[in-house]
Design a protein around this ligand. Structure first.
Ligand SMILES: *[C@@H]1O[C@H](CO)[C@@H](O)[C@H](O)[C@H]1NC(C)=O
Ligand SMILES: *[C@@H]1O[C@H](CO)[C@@H](O)[C@H](O)[C@H]1NC(C)=O
Length: 526
């Protein structure tokens, strides 16, 4: 009873402290936005005034304390420029091309938001006050909002953070145990992969600086009249929220200022399925396969040959297929239904769903695990290849290269994933482990946001390693002195060995000469 009262009092005292929160999530992609929607809703329900710059507003009238500024106008423009085919080509060309494309993309996004009227009005409005700013961590130039509003900044990432962000937070990033998420490696790296990952970890901060951050610095200078350096901004975070979960992207050491909020953050409340889909699913006798490449990869990007291979396979199997596909296909098999848009979570939630064919984005992966569905992955870009390998490693699915898979292998994999109970039970087990934690991801995000507000920052949680100059971080001075000492010792040993040697030679020499002289004398005497 007493405990209850105390808890109630604590709750009351916190909920009275209503703060003003600003969140900026520039990436115009549904999967980057859905990761945080529940957090904004929850914070606003707790009485905070929340303003979010987003490309996918929730638009829920009941959330009266939530103000959403729609930046989706940038979305169409940008996706036309970086359309599916363009991305596909980059994937074929390797990691560096994907990165370059991605950097161009975030530069354009950044420019479009920084130069927009609402952003300019926001930063020049002298009345405006915020207690904390949350910024998508791919955009360190927006951390400047913390300086403008004189408040702490929390970085948020809809996936695990890239290696350089972990480094800036002081989290150890071993290239072999935890390769960067854009590298197509997961566990058991071979020697070539280990070399690539090591080089990547060491060179990526510099590469990124010259490829994109210098340009972003120019944007900052142009659109924000606040003299600041982007590298200093990168180091200025109070906390970093990563939407990964230790059980998904690998258990790794995180400092106290990095909070893992992934797992179930994107799972929404069930909604009834549209009539057409409901009917299609209900009348399926053997079960339904749901096929979606997410919001960013367009199905057309698969290419005609692959689409024909897929259709051939689908025609031969007894399952029904719900395929989120943005175009029309002539002569569609009877068991396939195309959807322009799909209520993904509600389809996965349906008991008839047996398998999810996905591009392997983290949000889709988390949903699939939550709804206990094994996966078949066709990875495209970003962390998808990494995730695909992880899925196969955990035996909760399989992956295929969409350009080169064999239809018969694909077909037999479908049967295996649906019929072999191992896959379903592995997914179930993983789900139970993910759900079994003291606080959900959303609860952690809300608690830590209020913590930062209460204490006006969280710099006291920073790993002291972040304050070290580079020469100390890499222990260059230490190793130089130790190296010099080693050389000195070696030289001294060498020198003294020489002296001892000469001494011995002299001594023995004299001894031998004496002995010889003696024997000669003896000979003479005889
Ligand atoms: C909005 O915030 C106020 C306090 O600022 C709170 O009393 C109210 O319940 C909140 N409204 C909603 C719908 O969450
Ligand atoms: C597909 O066909 C329908 C009519 O059969 C048409 O309304 C729709 O616009 C077409 N969609 C595309 C993407 O071509």
């Amino acid at each position: 009873m007493f405990k209850c009262l105390v808890a109630w009092l604590i709750l009351l005292s916190y909920s009275c402290e209503c703060s003003r929160i600003l969140a900026v999530i520039p990436t115009p992609s549904y999967s980057h936005q859905i990761a945080f929607r529940k957090i904004w809703a929850e914070l606003s329900k707790r009485g905070h005034q929340v303003t979010v710059l987003t490309s996918n507003p929730i638009r829920d009238q009941t959330l009266t304390n939530l103000t959403e500024i729609d930046i989706s106008y940038s979305k169409d423009e940008l996706w036309v420029k970086y359309d599916g085919d363009h991305q596909l080509q980059a994937v074929e060309n390797g990691v560096l091309n994907i990165l370059e494309l991605f950097y161009d993309f975030i530069y354009d996004v950044s420019k479009s938001v920084l130069s927009s009227d609402y952003f300019q009005n926001l930063i020049h409005n002298k009345e405006e006050k915020f207690d904390v700013v949350l910024v998508e961590s791919f955009f360190p130039e927006f951390y400047v909002l913390g300086k403008i509003f004189n408040c702490p900044v929390i970085g948020v990432s809809s996936m695990d953070a890239p290696t350089d962000y972990h480094m800036f937070m002081g989290n150890p990033s071993h290239p072999i145990s935890h390769p960067d998420l854009v590298l197509p490696f997961y566990r058991n790296l071979n020697i070539i992969e280990r070399i690539i990952s090591t080089m990547f970890n060491n060179l990526i901060p510099t590469y990124k600086y010259f490829k994109v951050e210098l340009e972003k610095q120019k944007l900052l200078d142009k659109y924000v009249d606040f003299k600041t350096n982007i590298l200093d901004l990168k180091k200025s975070l109070d906390l970093l929220f990563v939407c990964s979960h230790p059980l998904l992207q690998g258990v790794r050491p995180l400092g106290a200022a990095t909070i893992s909020i992934g797992g179930t953050t994107n799972i929404e409340k069930p909604k009834p399925l549209p009539k057409e889909i409901q009917v299609f699913m209900e009348k399926s006798t053997q079960g339904v396969i749901y096929f979606s490449l997410g919001t960013n990869v367009k199905s057309k990007a698969l290419g005609e040959e692959t689409i024909n291979k897929l259709l051939l396979t689908f025609k031969n199997i007894p399952y029904d297929i719900l395929w989120k596909f943005e175009a029309n296909i002539t002569s569609l098999p009877k068991n396939v239904m195309l959807l322009n848009w799909a209520p993904q979570q509600d389809i996965l939630r349906h008991p008839k769903t047996k398998l999810f064919i996905t591009q392997g984005g983290l949000q889709s992966l988390q949903e699939s695990i939550f709804f206990e569905i094994p996966m078949m992955v066709f990875p495209f870009f970003g962390d998808q290849m990494h995730n695909a390998k992880m899925i196969e490693h955990k035996k909760i699915g399989k992956y295929f290269k969409h350009k080169s898979f064999h239809p018969l292998e694909f077909e037999s994999a479908i049967f295996q994933l649906i019929k072999d109970p191992k896959y379903k039970s592995n997914v179930l087990k993983l789900k139970q482990l993910i759900l079994d934690e003291p606080m959900s991801g959303v609860e952690k995000a809300v608690w830590w946001t209020e913590y930062v507000i209460r204490h006006k920052g969280a710099k006291h949680l920073a790993n002291p390693i972040t304050e070290l100059p580079l020469y100390q971080y890499y222990q260059l001075d230490v190793y130089s002195i130790l190296g010099a000492l080693c050389i000195l010792i070696v030289v001294m040993i060498q020198k003294s060995a020489k002296i001892v040697f000469h001494f011995c030679v002299k001594l023995f020499g004299r001894f031998i000469i004496k002995k010889e002289a003696k024997t000669a004398k003896n000979k003479k005497l005889r």
